[in-house]
Design a protein around this ligand. Structure first.
Ligand SMILES: [Zn+2]
Length: 217
């Protein structure tokens, strides 16, 4: 586990892999910036661009740093944010709504962005509210599909906090649906993952859904 930097994320680290041509991945915790640069240059050439013209000359390095940032969550264990809990006899639902996020679809490497709503029913232990935003931020920074991101958030909270139940709803717009393919701007994808009492008790689930969606429309 890398030391977590001031902003909560370790800086992108480059490994020395300039001459690497095989499929070996960089060491754990490192991102091979030079390799990304070469790949971006290849893409620019392949689409018929001149990667050496003035406007593009720094693009491969810039894109490499961008990927290091948006995929930085691959090298952080989000569980570290759920280790500090507080004993609190609060047995009603805790809900944090409208946590904004930006992630990247693993099928097209295009962003999907939206909001996450997370609720849990404590079993004697609560966590700092900002930690739900922290784990969302870490889990979002991976190539993935929205369905798995939703499940991963619910599983993580169940495993680390051991509450009586967890509900996660993710609402997102996928740019792979708006700028290419079926081209449907405005379409929202909603996914949910229910664990514990959120799965087994319809009243708990309904309360959660009403708090998330009730005031809309
Ligand atoms: Zn996609």
């Amino acid at each position: 586990m890398d030391v977590v930097a001031r902003n909560g994320f370790p800086p992108p680290l480059s490994c020395d892999a300039d001459d690497r041509t095989d499929d070996a991945r960089p060491e754990p915790g490192k991102i091979d910036l030079k390799r990304i640069e070469r790949a971006v240059r290849e893409i620019l050439t392949a689409v018929g661009e001149d990667p050496d013209r003035e406007g593009l000359i720094e693009t491969p390095a810039r894109v490499a740093r961008m990927y290091a940032e948006i995929f930085g969550g691959l090298h952080i264990d989000p569980a570290v944010y759920l280790q500090k809990t507080f004993t609190q006899q609060h047995d009603e639902m805790v809900l944090v709504k409208d946590i904004t996020f930006s992630s990247c679809c693993e099928h097209h490497l295009l962003p999907f962005t939206g909001t996450v709503h997370i609720a849990y029913l404590p079993d004697g232990q609560v966590i700092g509210l900002s930690k739900l935003a922290r784990i969302t931020e870490v889990i979002a920074r991976r190539p993935q599909v929205q369905e798995r991101m939703t499940e991963d958030l619910a599983e993580l909270i169940m495993r680390e906090l051991k509450p009586r139940g967890v509900g996660v709803v993710v609402e997102a717009a996928h740019s792979c649906m708006t700028i290419r393919g079926v081209k449907k701007p405005g379409a929202m994808t909603i996914t949910s993952a229910m664990r514990g009492l959120f799965k087994t008790n319809p009243m708990t689930r309904n309360e959660f859904m009403a708090l998330v969606f009730g005031h809309r429309g």
